[in-house]
Design a protein around this ligand. Structure first.
Ligand code: TNX
Length: 522
C-alpha cells in the first residue's frame, strides 16, 4: 500500500514536471507585436509557442491552394530559421507543435480575407473562409515572429510567438498599389520584389501602368511594333524594355500565389505616343510620331474617328484579357488634353463596350466619369472631386487615390532628391491622416471600392527608388484600407511604425527615415 502511495506520488511529480516543461516557454505579450495593418481585435494570454525544427505545418484538406498556402508559410520561415518545414495534409485533430491552417466558414463580416489566428503554447491555428484569408493571416504570423525572421540567411536563435487570439478582416475589399513601368521600365525581378513587399502588408492589387507616351511595355502579338519600337526607350532616353507575354504571365502567377491581382492598364486615348510612334495608321494624319523621352503630359491622342483605332484596341484588350484572371482592365482616360470632349466621350463609351465584350470590367482615371459609364465601372479618383461625384451619380464605384495623399511619387518634403511635387509634398503624417469615406463630401463608404497608392516613375529609376518613395508611406495606406477609421490614430501609428523600422531593415527595404519617426523607439 505504502509503495503504491509512493508510486502515485512519484507519478504526480513526473506529471507536474512534464507539464511544467511544456510551459517553460517564456511569458510574452501578443499586444507588443508590431502589426501592420492593425488588426480588428487582439486578446493576449501571456505565454508563447515555440517554433522549432519539429514544428509541423498542417493543412486540413488536400486542396492544391491550401497546400500551396502552407508551403508559402514554410518558404517565409525556412531561410531565417534554417528549418525545412513543409506543408503536410492531415484532417486529424491537432497534435502538439503544429501550425494548422484550415478553411472553415467564419461569420459574414470576415469575408474572403478575414481570419482567426489562435496561438496557444502547444499549437497555432489559423482559420479562414478561403485560402485568401489564410494568406493574409500568414502575414500576421510572420509579423508576430521576431524581426530576424525576415533574414534571408540562417539566424541562430529561438523562435517564439506570443500566445493569444486575433480576429481580423479588412474594411475595404480593394487595397492596391500602382507601378508606372512605362516612364521607366522595371524588370520582372523588381516587380516580384515589390509584390512581395505589398503582400506583407495585406495589399491585394498591383495595377501596372503598361503604356504611356514614353513606352509600351507589354507584348501584343498582333501589333508587334508596339514593343519592338514603342518599348525601345524611356524617360531620359534609356533603352526601356517590355514584358513578353510569358514574362507577364509569370508576374500574374507570382502575384496570384500571394492572392494579389494584377490589373493591367493601357492608357488611352491620351498618353499614347509610344503606340502612335509604332503605327502611323493610329494617327489622324497617318504619320508616325517620334519616340518621346521627356516628361510632359497631355500632348498625344489616338485618332478617335478612325475604325482602325477600335480594331487596334479590340486586339490589345483581347490579348490582355486572355492573360488576366482578374475582373478588371484599366483603360486610363486621364489628361487627354488634345482630344476634344465631343470625341472623348464616345471614345470612352466605345472602349467600355470593347472591354465588356471581352468579359472584363472597366477601371479608368476620374475623367472617364464624363462618359456614360456603366454601373460596375470603377472611377479612380485622383484629382477632381466633381468627376468622382459624377461617377457615383452614374452608379459607378470609386477607387480612392487622391494625389495629395496617396501619390507615392510626391516628395516627402522639399529636400527629397527624387519625385515630383505638383500635388503636394507628402510627409508620413499627411499620408496617414485621411479617411476614404470622409475625404470627398458626398462619397460614402458604400460608394468606395477601396484605396490605391500610385507610383509614377518619371523620376524613379531603380527598385531602391521605388522602395524609398513607397516605404513607409504605403504601410499607412495599407492600414487605411484595412483598419476601420475608429481604430486608427496618428500617435499610435507613428509609435508602431518607429519600432517597425527594425523590421524594414531586416527586410532590406530602402525606406525613407523621416524625422517624424521616434528616435527612441527605432
Ligand atoms: C499625373 S495621375 C498623371 C501621370 C503623371 C503623374 C505624375 C494621372 C492619372 N496622370 O501621367 O505621371 O501626374 O505625378
Amino acid at each position: 500500500m505504502r509503495n503504491i502511495n509512493q508510486l502515485s506520488k512519484l507519478l504526480f511529480l513526473v506529471t507536474i514536471l512534464t507539464l511544467n516543461s511544456c510551459s517553460n516557454n517564456p511569458e510574452m505579450k501578443l499586444s507588443e507585436a508590431v502589426l501592420f495593418p492593425k488588426p480588428i481585435s487582439l486578446i493576449e494570454t501571456n505565454s508563447s509557442f515555440q517554433l522549432n525544427e519539429e514544428t509541423k505545418i498542417v493543412v486540413t484538406s488536400d486542396s492544391k491552394e491550401l497546400v500551396a498556402a502552407g508551403n508559402y508559410l514554410a518558404e517565409l520561415l525556412n531561410p531565417a530559421t534554417g528549418f525545412s518545414l513543409e506543408a503536410e495534409v492531415s484532417s486529424e485533430k491537432m497534435n502538439s507543435n503544429c501550425i494548422q491552417l484550415s478553411i472553415s466558414s467564419l461569420d459574414a463580416e470576415f469575408g474572403k480575407e478575414g481570419y482567426i489566428l489562435k496561438i496557444e503554447e502547444s499549437n497555432v491555428s489559423l482559420k479562414a473562409s478561403s485560402v485568401e484569408g489564410i494568406i493574409r493571416g500568414i502575414q500576421t504570423i510572420r509579423q508576430i515572429l521576431p524581426n530576424e525572421i525576415e533574414s534571408s540567411n540562417k539566424v541562430e536563435q529561438s523562435w517564439y510567438l506570443a500566445t493569444g487570439e486575433i480576429q481580423d478582416y479588412p474594411a475595404y475589399e480593394y487595397r492596391g498599389a500602382m507601378l508606372d513601368v512605362a516612364r521607366h521600365f522595371f524588370g520582372v525581378e523588381d516587380v516580384k520584389r515589390y509584390i512581395d513587399l505589398l503582400a506583407a502588408y495585406k495589399l491585394n492589387v498591383l495595377h501596372l501602368h503598361l503604356s504611356d507616351d514614353q513606352g509600351w511595355r507589354i507584348e501584343i502579338k498582333s501589333w508587334p511594333n508596339l514593343t519592338t519600337h514603342g518599348g525601345s526607350t524611356e524617360v531620359g532616353g534609356g533603352e526601356g524594355g517590355f514584358y513578353t507575354q510569358d514574362q507577364y504571365k509569370d508576374i500574374v502567377a507570382y502575384a496570384a500565389e500571394r492572392y494579389i491581382t494584377i490589373i493591367p492598364e493601357i492608357d488611352m486615348p491620351g498618353h499614347t505616343n509610344a503606340a502612335l510612334a509604332s503605327y502611323p495608321e493610329l494617327n489622324c494624319d497617318g504619320k508616325a510620331t517620334e519616340l518621346y523621352s521627356g516628361i510632359e503630359v497631355g500632348f498625344s491622342t489616338l485618332c478617335t474617328d478612325k475604325e482602325i483605332t477600335y480594331e487596334f484596341i479590340d486586339d490589345v484588350v483581347r490579348e490582355l484579357a486572355a492573360m488576366t484572371p482578374g475582373a478588371y482592365i484599366h483603360i486610363g482616360g486621364d489628361e487627354s488634353h488634345v482630344t476634344e470632349i465631343e470625341d472623348y466621350i464616345p471614345f470612352i463609351n466605345r472602349v467600355q463596350e470593347i472591354v465588356k465584350a471581352h468579359n472584363k470590367k472597366v477601371i479608368g482615371w476620374d475623367e472617364i466619369a464624363l462618359a456614360d459609364i456603366k454601373e460596375n465601372t470603377v472611377v479612380q479618383f485622383w484629382a477632381k472631386t466633381e468627376n468622382a461625384l459624377k461617377g457615383v451619380q452614374k452608379k459607378g464605384k470609386v477607387l480612392m487615390s487622391p494625389a495629395k495623399k496617396t501619390y507615392l511619387d510626391m516628395k516627402y518634403d522639399s529636400l527629397t532628391k527624387i519625385g515630383l511635387s505638383w500635388a503636394a509634398t507628402i510627409e508620413l503624417d499627411s499620408a496617414y491622416l485621411w479617411t476614404p469615406e470622409t475625404y470627398v463630401k458626398g462619397i460614402t463608404k458604400n460608394d468606395i471600392l477601396g484605396v490605391e497608392s500610385p507610383l509614377w516613375s518619371e523620376t524613379i529609376e531603380t527598385i531602391d527608388d521605388i522602395e524609398y518613395m513607397a516605404f513607409p508611406r504605403i504601410i499607412g495606406h495599407s492600414e487605411i484600407g484595412w483598419t476601420p477609421a475608429e481604430k486608427r490614430s496618428w500617435e499610435d501609428y507613428i509609435q508602431r511604425l518607429s519600432k517597425h523600422t527594425q523590421r524594414l531593415k531586416a527586410m532590406n527595404v530602402n525606406y525613407y527615415n523621416s524625422n517624424l519617426l521616434l528616435e527612441e523607439l527605432k
